[in-house]
Design a protein around this ligand. Structure first.
Ligand code: G3I
Length: 392
């Protein structure tokens, strides 16, 4: 066969000659990665905190990732006092309504965060017209009005509320916030009672960070016991989970989950992320009032995380989820504080303008090695619990 004949045959064989070209099979939709929510379906809910871009339609890529991966959502900022109740008697529910609707549209367990906190609460709440601290009764009335209005609006739709957030110091004592100094320690019990009055069907949580440290853990245990002794309807304790590669130890985490579960309440990991950058402070935690100046050595990987650190993060997340799976009967939910590394608050805290990598999805929304490591621990993917030495 002539060279030209050969060429033609070849092309034909490849079916590239006009008219007889074989039908091109439509490019298979890129395989979506397995979903965290399915891998842990019979273990615990898996959630993510959403910023307003995700549920307002401004960030459809993250919205798709959330629909695909998670079965619970938390509001990063839109249900905080300054957002929904910026001025006396003036409520702005637009963003919060969109947040709740997004969750319902996708059959998610919708969380409310947070009703009573010392941050992101406008000064007017604690002051009279002359800027002086209001009376105990006035502040209690303002708290009650806020909780009945906000919880009442989403009755039966928001399934669980972080009623009080970060009321304790790191030594376990009551934090001297305006709530505590004006009302007194019983502001916590009052907040839970008002939330229960507004929605008797909602789960009600106390939420805090650094509770893996013994003194603060014991402070939480004492607080919950006090509330239970007073018949206050507290459903669960939220362990925020703003972790580092080296803190907390698996033993600290195990002890903390067991201590809270022993109180007969639900335990949740509510704001999980793992900071991989050099620490600007010695202490751990998430006190947003703390800040540190930017220094080049505190932002070592502005372009990309080295593979050795990707692997370290993967091992870290496998260890953490190993402990969570071990406590499957006690932990009802694990929520990440954000969706992808791009939107994480850890890019700006405690040092502004850093490039951090604390979550399971990178800045393009692609699963990281840590994502695969977490899936390998999942019971529904043949993961095993610690008893068989799966972690650490
Ligand atoms: O809304 C304003 C916007 O109008 C303004 O242009 C912009 C520029 O400064 O600031 C915007 O407010 C920011 C707000 O997030 C909404 O994006 C605040 O500056 C910023 O401080 C605030 O940060 C939030 C932080 O809580 C504040 O306390 C973070 O996004 C949020 O992730 C973080 O979440 C807390 C939990 O609620 C409780 N546990 C710790 C956790 C991390 O700090």
């Amino acid at each position: 066969m002539t060279a030209r004949g050969l060429a033609t045959a070849g092309l034909a064989a490849l079916g590239l000659l006009g008219g007889c070209a074989p039908r091109r099979t439509p490019a298979a939709a890129p395989l979506s990665p397995p979903a965290l929510k399915d891998a842990f379906r019979n273990t615990f809910l898996v959630g993510a905190a959403l910023n307003s871009r995700v549920f307002s339609g401004a960030d459809t890529a993250d919205a798709r990732l959330v629909e695909q991966q998670f079965n619970s959502i938390s509001p990063e900022n839109v249900l905080k006092w300054e957002s929904v109740h910026p001025r006396p008697g003036a409520y702005d529910f637009g963003p919060a309504d969109r947040y709740v609707a997004f969750g319902e549209q996708h059959g998610m367990f919708v969380i409310g965060h947070t009703l009573v906190w010392h941050n992101q609460t406008p000064r007017w709440v604690f002051e009279d017209a002359d800027g002086k601290p209001v009376s105990r009764d006035t502040l209690i009335a303002r708290m009650r009005d806020h909780i009945l209005t906000v919880v009442g609006r989403y009755r039966g739709r928001v399934r669980g509320w972080d009623v009080v957030n970060e009321a304790l110091n790191d030594d376990g004592s009551m934090r001297r916030t305006p709530w505590d100094t004006i009302v007194g320690d019983d502001y916590v019990a009052l907040a839970f009672r008002f939330a229960h009055e507004a929605d008797p069907g909602a789960e009600l949580y106390y939420n805090d960070y650094s509770v893996e440290n013994a003194a603060k853990r014991q402070g939480v245990v004492a607080l919950i016991r006090r509330l239970q002794a007073e018949g206050v309807p507290v459903t669960g304790v939220g362990i925020q989970g703003h972790y580092r590669l080296d803190w907390p130890s698996p033993e600290q985490l195990d002890t903390t989950i067991a201590a809270f579960a022993a109180l007969g309440v639900k335990v949740m990991i509510t704001e999980l992320d793992v900071d991989v950058l050099p620490s600007a402070f010695r202490q751990t935690g998430a006190d947003v009032a703390l800040h540190a100046a930017a220094r080049p050595e505190l932002n070592p990987w502005p372009a990309a995380l080295p593979d050795s650190m990707q692997q370290a993060l993967a091992r870290r997340y496998a260890t953490l989820f190993g402990v969570f799976v071990e406590h499957a009967g006690e932990i009802s939910r694990v929520t990440f504080w954000g969706v992808t590394d791009a939107g994480s608050w850890k890019n700006n805290w405690p040092v502004p303008g850093r490039t951090n990598y604390p979550l399971l999805f990178d800045r393009q929304g692609r699963p990281k090695p840590a994502f695969d490591a977490v899936l390998r621990v999942a019971p529904q993917r043949g993961g095993s619990s610690r008893r068989q030495g799966s972690h650490g």
